[in-house]
Ligand binder design. Structure first.
Ligand code: HEC
Length: 172
């Protein structure tokens, strides 16, 4: 009994410590993103999505990472691009400084932001009112965004991923 209680306290402490390690958004919240042109209507797929066995690891990870959205029910995802960067987005950069693109998970109202500074992509997660929500889920931390957007450099060029994925979703 005592052991179990101690384990509980330890688990609690661990979760407090790891929450403290959550980083805040690095990309800033771009005012006026609501008026940016929509370049893609996509979706966060539901948790029970069955992917074809030959689905790439990148897509598998992308689907799994956000399968918790809307309690596992999925959500429409709208991608908007800073009007001054539309041409840059078409070619995946190179990008000038400033906020580049947002992806809005419509049901939960999560605004994912990719910004560029000195050619490097940085990331942030906000609600629609501009409150930083990156600490509310491990997959909303900037380091987690980076682990996908910066790691898969054959797909996510200069930190943006959407275009080549379009073909993949079209095949389904
Ligand atoms: C496991 C992979 C993965 C992770 C983690 C991830 N993304 Fe993405 N992201 C994608 C994919 C795939 C797309 C393209 C979606 C589509 O085309 O439907 C995308 C698209 C985007 C876009 C639209 C612009 C573009 O083309 O890249 C933004 C903005 C974005 N992500 C920001 C973020 C932020 C901020 C985080 C972290 C909170 C994050 N992403 C985490 C895979 C990921």
């Amino acid at each position: 009994m005592l052991d179990r209680r101690r384990a509980g306290v330890t688990a609690l402490l661990l979760s407090v410590v790891s929450m403290g390690a959550f980083a805040a958004s690095m990309a800033s919240y771009p005012d006026g993103w609501q008026d940016w042109p929509v370049v893609k209507e996509s979706q966060n797929l539901p948790a029970d999505t069955v992917l074809p066995p030959d689905t790439s690891l990148f897509i598998q990870e992308s689907v799994r990472a956000y399968s918790w959205i809307n309690n596992g029910q999925g959500s429409p995802l709208t991608i908007r691009v800073n009007p001054s960067k539309l041409e840059q987005y078409k070619t995946h950069g190179p990008y000038t400084d400033g906020p580049t693109a947002v992806a809005i998970s419509e049901v939960d109202g999560i605004v994912w932001v990719t910004e560029h500074i000195g050619g490097l992509a940085i990331y942030g997660s906000y609600d629609r009112e501009g409150k930083d929500v990156s600490h509310t889920h491990p997959s909303l931390e900037p380091s987690f965004c980076q682990s996908c957007h910066t790691t898969y450099q054959d797909i996510c060029i200069n930190g943006t991923c959407a275009e080549p994925v379009l073909g993949v979703y079209k095949d389904k």
